[in-house]
Ligand binder design. Structure first.
Ligand code: AMP
Length: 354
């Protein structure tokens, strides 16, 4: 169990690393960020920052030796980097959680193996595979890169009019997966935490609206029947237990008339869990720090209805107008405003929990 003054190493220095560092600091725990790019958002609030590439074994070794335990805030950590640090310090969540979520094929096979529904899918490594996959899965469907996709990047939608050769050319030979298009009524996610002792705390599911492939809002409570709410929470717990997971996990779900379908899992704190900062006594960032530090989880029950809105690109220019209606404004300290870049978010408490 970590004590005051101990240090958590965090791979990745984006906004999630920033908010994790703030949560850790509140508990008297230091953070050391490892991030390849200069001036990361987490750098403003962490105790130490190492600026080095993920293949810099000397830097990774020094980083690992300077901390007590290691976690990460994004899932595209190269396996070789993990090899280096894992030999020196505990890494949470574990390698299997990371490997499972890094590859959409592995992830879907894992979920189906647990009896959880996903979109129908087929592996695509060349044009031939794609033609066969379209035969098997049909259209509309979505072609996604197996690895390194985020915020809707590395994806193309296929319809009856799509030329498979053109669609395959767009993927630049990246191993891909063709997914059947799910006719969902809406999207929800469950953010849940597990400790090494197996204690689990699931936040109430949030309802997500995306714009241009990027999360726009999360609203709690989500529109779910009591049975769907129970299903969502139980399936998250099943995933956590199977992976012997330590930390916070995000599970994105499609709501359909035939039940919940898992879109993807993220082995980290999740954008759709930012509402917890103003809707729960213990938010997702503190929950993750507690789990990784070996502490008991806090109270993750929801006390308020909340709407979280992401501030993307020049949305931040609206701050003077929206500040009056926002319960809390969270800005990430990014110097350059770029289209599609997550610059911050606001939480609006809309009433007591209902
Ligand atoms: P992803 O990067 O897989 O999270 O996909 C981004 C967004 O694209 C999702 O949140 C959905 O809105 C949409 N999407 C992804 N996969 C599917 C699917 N198989 N069927 C319908 N919509 C999808």
């Amino acid at each position: 169990m970590l004590r005051t003054g101990d240090t958590i190493g965090i791979l990745g220095g984006g906004q999630l690393g920033r908010m994790l560092s703030v949560a850790a600091a509140r508990l008297g725990i230091k953070t050391h960020i490892f991030e390849p790019s200069a001036n990361p958002p987490a750098g403003d609030v962490a105790h130490h920052v190492t600026t080095a590439a993920y293949d810099d074994h000397v830097a990774l070794t020094a980083f690992a030796q300077s901390v007590d335990v290691i976690t990460y805030e994004f899932e595209n950590i190269p396996a070789e980097a993990l090899d280096v640090i894992e030999a020196l310090r505990p890494v949470h969540p574990n390698r299997r959680a990371l490997a499972t979520s890094q590859d959409r094929m592995t992830e879907k096979a894992f979920l189906n193996g647990l009896g959880l529904a996903t979109a129908p899918f087929a592996n695509v490594e060349n044009l031939d595979d794609l033609v066969k996959a379209i035969d098997q899965i049909g259209v509309p469907s979505i072609l996604k890169t197996r690895r390194f996709g985020y915020d809707g990047k590395g994806q193309s939608r296929l319809t009856a009019d799509t030329d498979p050769a053109a669609a395959w050319a767009d993927m630049a030979d990246a191993p891909s997966v063709l997914e059947g298009f799910i006719e969902f009524t809406h999207e929800v996610s469950v953010v849940a935490a597990r400790t090494a002792n197996g204690a689990i705390s699931c936040f109430d599911p949030g309802e997500n609206v995306h714009r241009d492939g990027i999360l726009h809002t999360t609203t709690v409570p989500a529109r779910l029947s009591p049975a769907q709410r129970t299903d969502a929470v139980l399936l998250a717990a099943k995933i956590l237990n199977e992976l012997e997971y330590v930390g916070v996990l995000g599970v994105e779900l499609f709501v359909t008339p035939r039940g919940l379908i898992v879109n993807e899992i993220a082995p980290r704190v999740h954008n759709s869990g930012h509402w917890t900062q103003n809707g729960c006594v213990t938010d997702q960032f503190e929950q993750h720090i507690r789990a990784v530090a070996g502490w008991p989880l806090g109270d993750g029950s929801r006390h308020s209805n909340v709407e979280m809105e992401n501030l993307i690109g020049d949305d931040v220019d609206r701050i003077p107008e929206i500040a009056g209606t926002a319960t809390a404004i969270h800005l990430y300290g990014k110097a350059d405003v770029k289209a599609g870049r997550k610059m911050g978010h606001i939480n609006r408490v809309t009433g007591p929990a209902s």
